[in-house]
Design a protein around this ligand. Structure first.
Ligand code: SF4
Ligand code: SF4
Length: 381
């Protein structure tokens, strides 16, 4: 494992972080806690969770593992989060931190995130007098949290504004080998301002391992596209920690192996990738699920958007997408849907929630056209 200094905090943290959003819930909490302890045994010291992750079990799994590693607590960096929209007063923010401390079985949280700033008004909400940030400052004074950090889906210039006021010691950003050309400004701004920079979604929410064939151009000699994607973030001097959502020991091993030999991308590597990456790669659905459960007509927005990824990633034609729709509806992402793309009433709630700022309504309109084409072709058959 390699270790990096987390911005101005001076803390030495593992370059690979354990992301607690992809536990296998078919396994027991103890089995998942064992996975976390296994990762720590491999040298991972940065452990990131949040309320709500994994059907709200992630913090409890972390708490179980932490109670079983009490003798190692001072070498570990535990991170969790709270959203300004939900905890919009200092009192609510403090109560939430107390809850996380209990669930995590710990007396302090190392890194506490103002979570999921998608729009500037969410930052303003967090910072209003008597708001979440004031609550975090109180908790910091009391030693309940050590460092106040932020997670954001804002783009370049806004990230620059976000990090310019010395309010945060680190920032968690969605950056990876497919979208870095469009997200780099934010990474550089945070790095220059002396913040720790944590990369989330290094595998684009699982898109890279699932699409290795069409993304073969990412890989250097002797590595897979997935390994290349991990190497890209782990070896990047501007990125302090690369968060990986682990499900199995094999996932942990792969990330640790990459970190053991991580050689940074050369200019030639970057040029090779630049030749293939278009702004379409900045518009992929990462499957984060923040849009789910909000649709008044029960459209499974994330599933539709992940199906749409195929058009962006593989340049599929309309005809190919219609053919794939049939398959998706019968067997895959859309098999359990309660509503079709054509049912969208364009209320915009899903777009407000989308971390990637996707034009969901327009895409659903396009997909409604494909639904119609599929229906017509089925009637002819
Ligand atoms: S815009 Fe359409 S898909 Fe999105 S929440 Fe509203 S009805 Fe549902
Ligand atoms: S549509 Fe947006 S919010 Fe929903 S899963 Fe995809 S990226 Fe996440």
């Amino acid at each position: 494992m390699i270790y990096n200094i987390y911005g101005k905090t001076g803390l030495r943290v593992s370059a690979v972080g354990f992301g607690g959003m992809r536990f296998d819930l078919k396994q027991s909490q103890q089995a998942n806690a064992d996975l976390l302890r296994y990762a720590v045994d491999q040298g991972i010291t940065y452990l990131d969770t949040a309320p709500g992750y994994c059907e709200d079990q992630s913090e409890d799994i972390f708490g179980l593992a932490i109670s079983q590693m009490a003798d190692q607590r001072e070498n570990l960096y535990v991170s969790t989060k709270g959203m300004p929209e939900e905890f919009d007063t200092a009192d609510k923010a403090i109560a939430q931190i107390d809850k996380s401390l209990t669930r995590l079985n710990t007396d302090y949280i190392d890194f506490y995130h103002v979570w999921c700033i998608r729009r500037w008004k969410e930052y303003e909400l967090a910072m209003k007098p008597g708001g979440q940030y004031d609550g975090l400052l109180k908790c910091k004074e009391q030693g309940k949290i050590k460092h106040i950090v932020v997670s954001t889906h804002l783009r370049g210039p806004e990230v620059q504004d976000l990090v310019s006021n010395n309010e945060f010691e680190g920032v968690l950003l969605g950056v990876n080998i497919l979208n870095f050309l469009y997200r780099w400004e934010g990474v550089q701004a945070a790095h220059k301002a002396g913040l720790g920079v944590v990369a989330m979604n290094p595998l684009a929410g699982g898109i890279i391992p699932q699409s290795e064939e069409s993304l073969a151009f990412l890989a250097g000699e002797g590595e897979t596209p997935t390994q290349a994607a991990l190497r890209f973030c782990i070896s990047c001097p501007e990125i302090t920690i690369t968060l990986n959502g682990f499900t199995t020991k094999e996932h942990v091993d792969m990330a640790c192996n990459v970190a053991d030999k991580a050689t940074p991308f050369t200019d030639a590597d970057i040029e090779r990738i630049r030749g293939h990456v278009t702004d379409k790669m900045d518009k992929l659905c990462t499957g984060c699920g923040y849009c789910m459960g909000r649709c008044p007509v029960d459209i499974p927005v994330s599933n539709f958007m992940q199906y749409y990824n195929e058009k962006l990633l593989m340049n599929k034609t309309e005809e190919e997408m219609v053919k794939q729709l049939d398959f998706q509806q019968k067997w895959l992402l859309l098999a359990d849907r309660k509503a079709n793309a054509a049912d969208c009433i364009q209320c915009g709630r899903c777009e407000m929630a989308c971390t990637q700022h996707l034009d969901i309504v327009r895409r659903l309109e396009e997909m409604a056209g494909w639904e119609k084409m599929l229906e017509n072709s089925q009637q002819k058959d």
